[in-house]
Design a protein around this ligand. Sequence first.
Ligand code: SFD
Ligand code: AMP
Length: 661
Amino acid sequence: MAGVFGNPEVVEEEVDILLIGGGMGACGAAFEAGPWLDQAKKAGFDIKIKLVDKAAMDRSGAVAQGLSAINTYLGPNDPADYARMVSNDLMGITRDDLAYDLGRHVDDSVHLFEEWGLPIWKQPGDEGKPLVEGGKPVRSGKWQIMINGESYKWIVAEAAKKALGTERIQERVFIVKLVNDKNDSNRIAGAVGFSTRDHKLFVYKFKACLLVAGGCVNIFRPRSVGEGTGRAWYPVWNAGSTYAMAAEAGAELTMMENRFVPARFKDGYGPVGAWFLLFKSKAINAYGEEYLSKPESQALLEPYGPYNRAYVTPSCLRNHVMLNEMLEGRGPIYMDTVSALGKLAETMTPKEIKHLEAEAWEDFLDMCIGQAGVWAGENIEPEKKNSELMPTEPYLLGSHSGCCGIWVSGPTDLGAPTSEGHAEADKVPGHLPSGWNWGYRSMTTVKGLFTAADGVGASGHKFSSGSHAEGRLAMKAMIKFVMDNKDHKPELDTSVDQLMEEIYRPVRNFLENKDYTTAIDVNPNYITPRMLQFRLQKIMDEYVAGVATYYRTNAKMMEVAEHKLGMLKEDALKMRAKDLHELLRAWENYHRILAAEAHMKHIQFREESRYPGFYYRMDFNTVDDQNWKCFVNSVYDKSTKSWTVFKRKHVDLIDKAVSYK
Ligand code: SFD
Ligand code: AMP
């Protein structure tokens, strides 16, 4: 890649709406724009939209490799039940308004995917019958359906591109920061980024922006190091941009203490959902015991009260039991693929058995090819040999089985609790608890800044389909916002020269110091982004409940982490970029540091262990509903580089008791 010398060419553009990201959320928003732009045009508004993605939309984001299941498809299920499941899995602290709203809209996105060509498995007799015409899907679980999804992202991106028009899409532009409005510090006016291919700086001005740059990966030292570096479960190119840029713009974050530590097939990070739910496989310890249902394990879960009594044991509690097995010396843990496939084969013909084995491989080939590589490389035939399971390093995300993210305005037509404390969300319209709605669905606390998917906190379990649906909801609200603010003129609070100066600092660090030493990577005046990332991962791993401490931390350890992260933030200004690729890596790391800091600050603030199995505050190792059944939110002040963390009241809008055993 070309070296970077001198100032880049500056490309300035003013639009009404900027979409940052090209993943599932952004594709949903782009698709939704089509009909609404036409409507607006008829009403005399010509709304300009641009989508920028740091990669190429066909394979960008979490769905890059494809998926083998759509994890949120309601069908005949009740959205209130869906909101219950989301809440229980996330230990009781989610926004029922957001989950319910998603539940009632998500199926439409799935129907569109099928219309656009995504093959969805159907039950015998219903092959070829679309879902909208009553075709019955093959469900792996109550909420999940199976797909042949290797080309899932291509299909969804194609529809988004078609709806928006390729002239409105700019690929390979990495957005570094949002710029607030000169006349209103709590309003968003622009964004700035650079091309990862050409020596160009892009400065966008807009009335509204959808920030959907995914979750955050690689802030913890991954289990795969050395030759395995770069292998992770969630996509390594989700670098915390959503959380960091929103925080710097002043948006309130929520539940940043939450993380997802998925149990995965060891070394390849292969997903387990299809194995547990479709193939009815069990996790066993080294001695062949199905440990989850053992009385000792159940006793271990007893202190976790109502959450443990949910029909499906929450993901973190399943991990809690697995970790206990490992700590007690009964590891390794295995997915008992042999028994599961053997049992299914009992009633099958040899041809059907071959088909089943092919499906087992396809589950990985569709979405996690590396795991199929591990099977091939280690001579694992799942019908003959069990595979190891392992809890991974932690990930920050708001769309999968986690709920960190940004605090957003909820839908206007959903209800509040009655005086008895509970009401079905859809039965009492128009009364969300105070602070849950300020006009536009999915708008953050910063005017004009919207988010969706991994960006929206305090919900979760949206997955690919829900992320797409949430992008669509946000787009509708943004169009309304733009029309309501049609005379607003955005003005950047920072000059383009200043922005360029800041963004190209890593390049200057390199150019000004590179001749000081003969080894390009060793220099007292700069640090390579790669080395800085190792430092961040070491701090987080060792002090903020990474795998090194079996996900344990305490206030004292976080004091150390706080100090070290502060110094790392300072040193981050010394990152070097010898080419555009390193400039990208430098800014990704900057975003990671802020996201990591938010995570640490929130864990520090929440004096309980809300998610045993995901992390433990050993100094407060219980779930304390009395003091902590609340949201933990925060606001970052970019001028002082400090966080204010605080509680927000949690309210159940939907009665959860019906989901307990
Ligand atoms: O098996 C910038 N997911 C699953 N969902 C399902 O429905 N079924 C599954 O089977 C799922 N599983 C799964 C899943 C993900 C992964 C990685 C694996 C397995 C291995 C979850 C979904 O994929 C996920 O919920 C959504 O994709 C989230 O959508 P969104 O839009 O929040 O994130 P994205 O799709 O990753 O897109 C992010 C985009 O932002 C771009 N970007 N652009 C400009 N500037 C910046 N600074 C940027 N930073 C990032 C990216 O390029 C990308 O376009 S299973 O585990 O359960
Ligand atoms: P995963 O492959 O772990 O990402 O899971 C895919 C889907 O299956 C998600 O909706 C999970 O919540 C669900 N899931 C995974 N494992 C289990 C399990 N053991 N019991 C119930 N649901 C599960």
